[in-house]
Design a binder for this molecule. Structure first.
Ligand code: TA6
Length: 296
């Protein structure tokens, strides 16, 4: 249902019969809570997050569009996460969602102001859905609606903050042996070693041409997050660690121990749309008991 969240910001709560739930703020079109049927919170939101436009909410699943990162002319991660989205009452049919899901359709279109910083018109439809087993599904459909015949290019990420019990006891499987750009070494290209990724210091890597499925294993909670993506070839892995954590006003000094960002993204190769063309990017998250081995 639609209700008031922090600082009176509008949010939508989706519930599913077995007790799992999702919350998404119209501000940023940002998911800020995903709970399993035991009421456990699976996403990380900083206790110091500032729920006040134009500051992006620190946590949940920020939408990075029309730019991931700060290399282009726009502010870091574009502006979709800094805008109030609307509830989309007449979306074109989503062929992929069966009726047994709770879902909400949001839409973002640029204002005159936005067109001054990014001179393109678009329709960005976001569907947030909660599946019968408590899976969280996000589908983004971005259409070029330029009347002047101009194509546009963009980069994109679902900047997902997973809640973990202890970062030093987390492993990521599925990114072994892949190439990555290291944001901590001026985006130089390297190749990952052959086994699961573990964490003992700051990491900020853009893995390239990654598989559809990535697993995040939380040892202590005996829980594995499974991330499935479509239309999003890259995956960003980020943990600020202690020094960067202290430098962020909207992030607790030791909160880095309890979060990990693994972000389904399209970064290396920008997506180009001609007028009338539509791009779709899907992310499906599930949280399963850790007996799950990512090879299944
Ligand atoms: O997710 C990786 C990253 O690009 C990092 O470099 C770091 O800047 C992070 O995003 C957070 O960015 P934000 O603008 O949300 O503070």
């Amino acid at each position: 249902e639609l209700c008031k969240g922090i600082n009176g910001l509008d949010k939508v709560v989706l519930r599913e019969s077995r007790g799992s739930s999702v919350e998404v703020y119209l501000y940023g079109g940002q998911v800020t809570s995903w709970k399993n049927d035991h009421g456990e919170e699976l996403l990380f939101v900083s206790s110091k997050a500032i729920f006040k436009p134009p500051k992006a909410i620190r946590g949940g699943i920020p939408i990075c569009f029309p730019q991931f990162g700060s290399h282009g002319g726009l502010e870091q991660h574009g502006f979709a996460r800094n805008r109030v989205w609307s509830i989309d009452t007449d979306p074109p049919p989503f062929p992929t969602v069966s009726s047994n899901k709770a879902f909400i359709d949001l839409i973002l279109k640029p204002t005159e102001e936005d067109m001054k910083i990014w001179p393109h018109s678009f329709e960005f439809r976001l569907r947030v859905a909660l599946g019968p087993g408590g899976d969280l599904m996000l589908t983004s459909r971005i259409r070029n609606t330029n009347a002047d015949g101009k194509p546009f290019s963009f980069t994109f990420a679902y900047h997902t903050y997973f809640s973990v019990s202890d970062i030093s006891e987390v492993r990521v499987e599925g990114l072994e042996t892949l190439d990555y750009l290291d944001n901590l070494q001026s985006k130089e290209r390297f190749t990952e070693q052959g086994d699961a990724i573990t964490f003992e210091s700051e990491i900020d890597k853009i893995y390239l041409s990654t598989p559809t499925k990535i697993a995040i294993l939380d040892h202590e909670k005996k829980r594995t997050f499974v991330l499935r993506k479509d239309g999003l070839p890259d995956a960003v892995v980020w943990n600020p660690w202690d020094r960067k954590a202290k430098a962020m006003a909207d992030f607790g000094d030791d909160e880095y121990k309890h979060m990990l960002c693994v972000e389904a993204a399209a970064v290396e190769k920008p997506i180009t749309l001609k007028p009338g063309e539509e791009w779709r990017g899907r992310l499906e998250l599930s949280a399963v008991p850790s007996s799950y081995c990512s090879g299944q």
